[in-house]
Design a protein around this ligand. Structure first.
Ligand code: ZN
Length: 308
């Protein structure tokens, strides 16, 4: 995650201090303006500012010292802590080595359709698992960062979803952009799996939309958060069989009429936090395909692996 420490502020102006203080802005301090915003703000100030150059440089320098001091103060008040266990770490928005080591990241070889890892390398690219050929999903391909059956991955997903830890969307979304690179390279639009409005009201934010926004920023694939609507309030799926889950999700989604043109003919990546039986993303994919989508792939943070 080293590159994340250089994510912000690389091109921000630091003309007078001789040291790139803003280069050292820590991630995780809260919402940052984009580089474009920062550049626009700076050039705006420069155009309008008629004060002598030396004074301007001094002000910029003072501002940078203040920001640096603010950053250090923030680290003193809120020292960087592991996202899961709160143990001290080097930078904000990171996991400690122990938690990182406990996440079951999914890596190749895996099933090209379901993205589920194979126990051993069968020596061929593009292999499909028995599960995928016996019961092909509605979506094209799925990719996940980690297995949901590990405590740590489940802990991250649950903290984001149920404990208002919205800041987790940032690292999780970045990992998803990497895990889904092969899907994203040919994607036209990202569509987060929506919540029904009653559940959105109760939970206050849609974790899938939060993840999709980060993936969109990382991959430069636009996100259409309102393309899909959840029109049926579905009860929690826990304890239901696979068939019951699928039946439960029938008619749950609809493409908004004014979004039909955004969907038709497009390669879509559905974004969700967790994939369990696949009933939700299959229902959402079916709705998008019926609306004319060319292809629907799925990108999640964690997925249940039942055997591949
Ligand atoms: Zn930890």
């Amino acid at each position: 995650m080293k590159h994340e420490e250089h994510e912000f502020g690389q091109s921000l102006p630091s003309p007078a201090c001789g040291r790139g203080w803003l280069d050292e802005v820590e991630p995780g301090e809260g919402p940052h303006p984009t580089l474009a915003d920062a550049r626009a703000t700076f050039s705006l100030k420069r155009e309008k500012d008629s004060r002598p150059a030396a004074l301007r440089r001094g002000l910029v320098c003072a501002t940078q010292y203040a920001r640096r001091a603010g950053s250090l103060a923030l680290d003193l008040v809120f020292p960087p802590a592991c996202l899961l266990c709160r143990r001290a770490v080097a930078g904000h928005g990171a996991l400690c080595a122990a938690c990182w080591g406990d996440i079951a990241f999914i890596e190749r070889p895996f099933c090209e359709r379901l993205g589920t890892p194979f126990d051993r390398d069968l020596g061929g690219a593009g292999l499909i698992s028995l599960e995928a050929s016996a019961d092909p999903p509605v979506f094209g391909r799925a990719r996940a960062v980690a297995r949901y059956d590990g405590d740590k991955a489940r802990g991250l997903a649950r903290r984001l979803k149920y404990y208002d830890r919205l800041e987790l969307a940032e690292p999780l979304g970045r990992w998803m952009a990497r895990a889904g690179a092969d899907l994203l390279s040919s994607a036209d639009v990202l569509v987060p799996v929506p919540l029904h409005r009653l559940r959105l009201f109760a939970r206050r934010f849609n974790q899938s939309a939060a993840l999709a926004r980060v993936v969109a920023r990382e991959s430069a694939v636009p996100v259409e958060a309102l393309a899909l609507e959840r029109v049926k309030p579905t009860p929690p799926q826990v304890g239901l069989t696979r068939a019951q889950r699928a039946a439960n999700m029938q008619g749950a989604f609809r493409v908004r009429e004014d979004m039909a043109i955004t969907i038709a003919g497009k390669n879509i990546v559905l974004v969700d936090d967790v994939l369990t039986s696949g009933a939700t993303v299959n229902a959402a994919a079916r709705t998008l395909l019926r609306a004319g989508a060319a292809r629907v792939d799925v990108l999640v943070f964690a997925r249940v692996v039942t055997g591949a």
